[in-house]
Structures are given as C-alpha cells and as structure tokens.
Design a protein around this ligand. Structure first.
Ligand SMILES: [Zn+2]
Ligand SMILES: [Zn+2]
Length: 264
C-alpha cells in the first residue's frame, strides 16, 4: 500500500534484504538509511540497490556489525561497482570491529586480486569501534555496543546512530544480553534481529524479543530484520513492523507523540 511521504520526515529506512542466512524467500538482511548509510552489506545488497534504482555513489557510511559472511560479503561487489560502473571520488566510511581494514582488504584481495592492484576505487575511511565512546566519522556520530554472538572467536556490535532528529539503533546478530538495553535506550527507531523462533547462544528467539519490547521507549518504532520466516505470521501480536525486501518506510517521530510510519 502506498502513502504520500510524510512532512517533517526524519528517517527513511529501506530493507535491501530482511532474511537470515537460510530463508529462501528473503535476501540477506541489509538496511539502507536515508539513502546514504548502510547497516551491514549482505551478499545480495548491490542487486537490491539496483532493483530500487538507488544510487550506489550516494552511500557514504557502512557499518559492519560483525565478520560473518551474510553481513559483509556484499562489499566486494559494491567496490567492483565503483571501479567499473558508478565512479565517485567521494569518500566511503567503513566502520567495523577491530581489524576492519585488514579484513576488508583481505576479502577484496581474495575476491578480485587483479583489480585490487589498482588500489581502492574511491577513498575509504576505516574506523574501528571503541565500545562505550561516542565516535565520529565523516560527520556522523555513533556509538558501538558490544553484543553476544560469536563467543571468544568473533566480536559483534550493535550501533546507535546519532541522526539529526533522533537515535536509530541496530542490533546486528546477538543472543540475549543486557547490552541490548544500552543499545535501545532513548532510540526513535530500532532494527533488531529475529533470526530464529528459539533462543540460542547466538540469536535472540521469540521470548527474548518479547522481553526487549517491554523496555523499548514508547516513541520508538521497531523493525524486525534477519528473519527466519517468509511471512510475518509468527510475529503477529508483537508491536513491530515485519518488513518485506525492497520495502521503504518514512518515519516521522515527534517528542511525546506516537510515531508515524509511512510505507513508500
Ligand atoms: Zn552472525
Ligand atoms: Zn547473520
């Protein structure tokens, strides 16, 4: 259903994908904010951008939550796009767990060793997260919150983006942890994983999600992501938006008012 864009728009959120690594009816979870900020870069990200006729050069920030392939294996294809199709000299900021520059360099070298000999196709600004600090890169303030996902082997982070009119929180993949309550504090929008119905040592599960929803600020709009189901049916009754792939939402959130969400 289409609605006119709302006046006073504060956030424009597009789901380039909304699935976990296994569900066949959804592409890998990947969220585009205001056409310029990517939250993770699943393998199908570039194809989704093109289906929506969004400009790849408009992307100025990429936040990688953790180094599982379903969250960043789309980056080599995006960089390939910048070499051959969409040229730009504007920098791209890439934020990620410690070692992000090395991981991205090794991944790109593995994917396209001959092309990498040319150097990066546009300036890349890498920044490693420092949990607990407000960090800034290329004009955008954010906080990283360490979550529970990969045990001692893999560090994983959620993000709090300080957008002009409010905080957007993004969980990445996580099991239940008190850190999630730090992540969602004061948020105006939350994109949270719903990777499985049952809780595990790596994902939330339905009951954990219910608990989290009791602590979400009333003026916050909650979107599920990284879904394990093709339909919204298992999540019926929860106060959440279950997106479809390639669906966009305009959000207007006013202090002390219920949020307005328009599908566009
Ligand atoms: Zn993961
Ligand atoms: Zn994942």
């Amino acid at each position: 259903m289409a609605y006119p864009p709302c006046k006073g728009l504060v956030m424009h959120i597009t789901f380039l994908g909304s699935g976990n690594a296994f569900v066949p009816q959804r592409d890998w979870g990947c969220v585009l904010v205001d056409d310029s900020i990517l939250l993770d870069a699943g393998p199908s990200m570039l194809a989704s951008l093109k289906r929506l006729s969004r400009n790849p050069a408009a992307i100025r920030h990429l936040f990688i939550s953790h180094f599982h392939g379903d969250h960043f294996f789309g980056l080599p294809f995006l960089l390939l796009e910048y070499y051959f199709v969409t040229r730009t000299d504007e920098p791209l900021a890439i934020v990620g767990p410690p070692g992000v520059e090395d991981v991205v360099t090794r991944t790109m070298t593995l994917a396209y060793p001959d092309i990498m000999e040319r150097g990066w196709p546009r300036p890349l600004h890498f920044q490693e997260v420092v949990p607990g600090a407000v960090q800034t890169i290329d004009g955008l303030d954010y906080e990283a919150v360490e979550v529970e996902h990969g045990g001692d082997v893999l560090r994983a982070f959620g993000y709090r983006l300080h957008l002009p009119d409010g905080i957007l929180s993004y969980s990445g993949d996580t099991a239940m942890t008190d850190a999630i309550f730090d992540l969602i504090a004061g948020a105006r929008a939350l994109v949270i994983e719903a990777a499985s119905q049952e809780a595990s040592i790596v994902h939330l599960g339905r009951e954990a999600l219910r608990t989290i929803l009791t602590r979400v600020p009333p003026e916050c709009v909650v979107f599920l992501n990284h879904l394990d189901t093709p339909s919204a049916e298992p999540w019926r009754g929860l106060k959440v938006i279950v997106p479809d792939d390639l669906q966009s939402y305009d959000l207007r959130v006013t202090a002390n008012q219920p949020p307005e969400v328009h599908y566009v």
